[in-house]
Ligand binder design. Structure first.
Ligand SMILES: NC(=O)c1ccc[n+]([C@@H]2O[C@H](COP(=O)([O-])OP(=O)(O)OC[C@H]3O[C@@H](n4cnc5c(N)ncnc54)[C@H](OP(=O)(O)O)[C@@H]3O)[C@@H](O)[C@H]2O)c1
Length: 249
């Protein structure tokens, strides 16, 4: 798809990776609806970067754990630029709970993680798909995690929610074909993000050392792959791992 002069909605645009995705899509010529929940200042900074890149920006507040807000947010994003061509399901919620501490993973926490990280992207994709079909098609890119591929990450609920997002990618690729492609990026450690900075230094260094490139990724790496998935016409249902090359997580 030629993505110049298209319109994109990026959830979690106030966050570290979301901001990079917004900036890269803007540099590629897209107008951007910047999704955020509580960090309005972060969303404003991202919107300013989009405008600096020469594109229009809008800010869309939503709590995607609420399906009604997902529908409303997609409608608002589409109305901002009169069309919607790209949805990036980047937002997620997590909390650190070591795997063996099963009793600390309460049902309320479990539900909040699943409502935000799985049901939210489903509800947003369903609504966005209808908008995209109005102009013949579009692109959906989900941001998962290597935690969805092997048992690791901040909690069991987070890891399994990302596994669900990876499979949701394949299922939505079937549901929305042939007009809309649905792909997924699964990052490992992403340097200089709040999520990464919360890790014990030894865990972060372990991820770098296990990678054959002896490095982790950057938010820019995730953003550029998102742009590539938006451009690609013959790729759907795929998950690309970006982790510096770790073959066994
Ligand atoms: N950083 C890493 O090392 C890493 C590794 C693997 C995967 N990932 C994935 O990459 C994505 C982005 O992560 P990040 O590091 O950029 O995280 P981040 O800086 O913490 O940003 C998270 C974003 O999600 C938004 N969000 C949280 N709850 C939400 C809700 N209920 N409804 C709508 N938006 C909500 C936040 O909005 P507000 O701040 O405005 O409230 C924020 O914009 C996530 O899917 C994460 O799982 C990150």
């Amino acid at each position: 798809m030629e993505i110049a002069n298209k319109a994109a909605f990026v959830t979690g645009g106030s966050g570290d990776i979301g901001a990079a995705i917004c900036t890269s899509l803007a540099a590629a010529g897209c107008d951007i609806a910047v999704g955020y929940t509580g960090n309005r200042e972060g969303a404003e900074t991202t919107a300013a970067a989009v405008e600096t890149a020469g594109r229009r920006a809008a800010m869309v507040q939503l709590d995607q754990s609420d399906p009604a807000q997902c529908e409303a947010a997609v409608a608002e994003a589409a109305a901002a630029f009169g069309r919607l061509d790209i949805l990036v399901n980047n937002a997620a919620w997590n909390i650190g709970i070591p795997f063996p501490q099963l009793d600390d993973l309460t049902i309320d926490i479990w539900d909040r993680i699943y409502d935000t990280n799985v049901r939210g992207p489903f509800a947003l994709s369903r609504a966005a798909g209808k908008e995209m079909r109005k102009q013949g098609g579009g692109r959906i890119v989900n941001i998962a995690s290597v935690a969805g591929l092997s048992p690791g990450g901040s909690s069991i609920a987070y890891a399994t929610s990302k596994a669900a997002l990876i499979h949701l990618t394949r299922c939505l690729a079937v549901a929305l074909a042939p007009e809309i492609t649905v792909n997924c990026v699964a990052p490992g450690l992403v340097e200089n993000t709040r999520m990464a900075l919360r890790l014990p230094p030894a865990v972060a260094e372990g991820a770098r050392q296990r990678a054959i490139l002896k490095r982790a990724s950057s938010a820019g790496d995730i953003a550029e792959q998102t742009v590539m998935f938006c451009r690609a016409d013959s790729i759907t249902g795929q998950t690309l791992i970006i982790d510096g090359g770790i073959f066994f997580h």
